[in-house]
Design a binder for this molecule. Structure first.
Ligand SMILES: Cc1ncc(C[n+]2csc(CCOP(=O)(O)OP(=O)(O)O)c2C)c(N)n1
Length: 369
């Protein structure tokens, strides 16, 4: 195990003091630590942007930036990593800290097992040297690796498994709290009761999928068919678009603000291509709650103006618990493309399970048309 503060102190000594990335539960303590370093830290909307931001930082300072991400975000990062920072293109040095979900030997979810198994191979293919940090002693290897990055002007990486980075200093364990009363599950429970029988529900990565799945397990409603985006964060809306253009039934995308922003360009496709049956329900808690509650930077965004400017017809806002049913009914009745922003507080259902048997889930969904 490595104390988070110690790692950052070490990086500072190595003159690495600019950080950008997308949060991950494995790196939760690092996020908390960085929260106080406003000037030196920026959360981008996706991992490709983090790499690009880091490249920009290097170009302007000649200093090595640090990019952090979950290994599933390597998919987003790969384009600028290959096409800009690669040794044979612009040769840009940087240090990546990668949360290693699904590392061999560690029990994890199917989507993480797939990526976890090939994470080292991906880095090898990209010619990115890495160290696996397990304890303080490994910092020596990291020192050498950073030197290699500087001398050869190339990206290098740290792989961190779950529970390696620890925090014995509770001072920087801050929780964001938003003062209103709605919880995600309150809305989902009512939604399932009032939708039409053949409605298709597509839920985003993290707690939204898990809560929808858990509420289904209680068998309180048999209306609607679900598809859970256990991975592919940020793509639930455009996947819903794909479904909605091929069915007459209502298609509701249950999105999160982090996910909504991750591939924001999708709303342009939705505005252009979607039909009346496309409904976008955005659970906005201003944070990446599923991985620790880090900010998504959506606080200054005028969501209504944004979506209307790309062709959505209606925008609704739900803030009060007593209005849930009414607002949902109006949202479902009005033709799409439309978006209902639900301001939710942090907090999820207790003992939250995860969708199991994904092939069965897919079969049920496919056969529901
Ligand atoms: C490409 C990618 N990057 C990062 C993650 C890790 N991750 C899983 S859920 C999540 C937060 C999602 O935030 P939001 O959409 O706002 O939903 P909330 O967690 O608040 O319900 C993150 C960052 C991931 N699964 N995939």
């Amino acid at each position: 195990m490595i104390e988070t503060k110690k790692l950052f102190k070490f990086l500072k000594k190595e003159k690495i003091d600019f950080f950008t990335g997308v949060p991950d539960s494995v790196l939760k303590t690092a996020s908390s630590f960085l929260e106080s370093k406003k000037e030196k830290h920026f959360i981008t909307t996706n991992e490709g942007s983090s790499i690009a931001m880091a490249i920009g930082y290097y170009l302007a300072t000649k200093k090595i930036p640090c990019v952090y991400m979950q290994n599933s975000g390597l998919g987003n990062a790969i384009n600028p990593l290959i096409s800009i920072s690669h040794k044979k293109v612009y040769s840009i040095p940087m240090l990546m800290i990668i949360g290693w979900r699904g590392a061999p030997g560690i029990k994890d979810e199917p989507q993480h097992n797939v990526k976890g198994k090939i994470t080292k191979s991906i880095l090898k293919l990209l010619n990115i040297k890495y160290v696996i940090l397990n304890n303080d002693k490994d910092l020596k290897k990291l020192k050498k690796l950073i030197k290699f990055s500087k001398i050869n002007s190339v990206p290098v990486a740290i792989l961190l498994k779950r529970n390696i980075l620890i925090n014995n200093n509770s001072k920087f364990q801050k929780k964001i709290s938003i003062s209103n009363k709605i919880q995600r599950c309150d809305v989902i429970e009512i939604l399932l009761k009032i939708i039409k029988k053949n409605t298709k529900l597509i839920a985003t990565t993290g707690f939204t999928s898990r809560e929808l799945n858990q509420i289904r397990a209680k068998k309180k409603s048999n209306k609607g068919n679900d598809f859970y985006m256990v991975g592919g964060m940020g793509h639930s809306s455009v996947l819903s678009l794909g479904v909605s253009t091929k069915t007459k039934h209502d298609v509701i995308c249950l999105d999160g603000d982090g996910s909504f922003l991750m591939h924001l360009g999708s709303i342009v496709s939705i505005g252009k291509k979607s039909r009346k049956n496309f409904k976008h329900l955005l659970f906005n808690n201003f944070s990446h709650e599923s991985v620790g509650g880090q900010s998504t930077n959506i606080d200054k965004v005028n969501i209504e103006k944004l979506i209307k400017s790309v062709g959505y017809k209606y925008y609704f806002l739900l803030k009060k618990k007593r209005e849930i049913k009414n607002k949902l009914k109006i949202f479902l009745k009005k033709p799409g493309p439309s978006l209902l922003e639900v301001r939710i507080k942090m907090g999820s259902m207790k003992d939250l399970s995860r969708p199991k048997n994904l092939i069965k889930i897919k079969k049920n969904f496919v056969n529901s048309f």
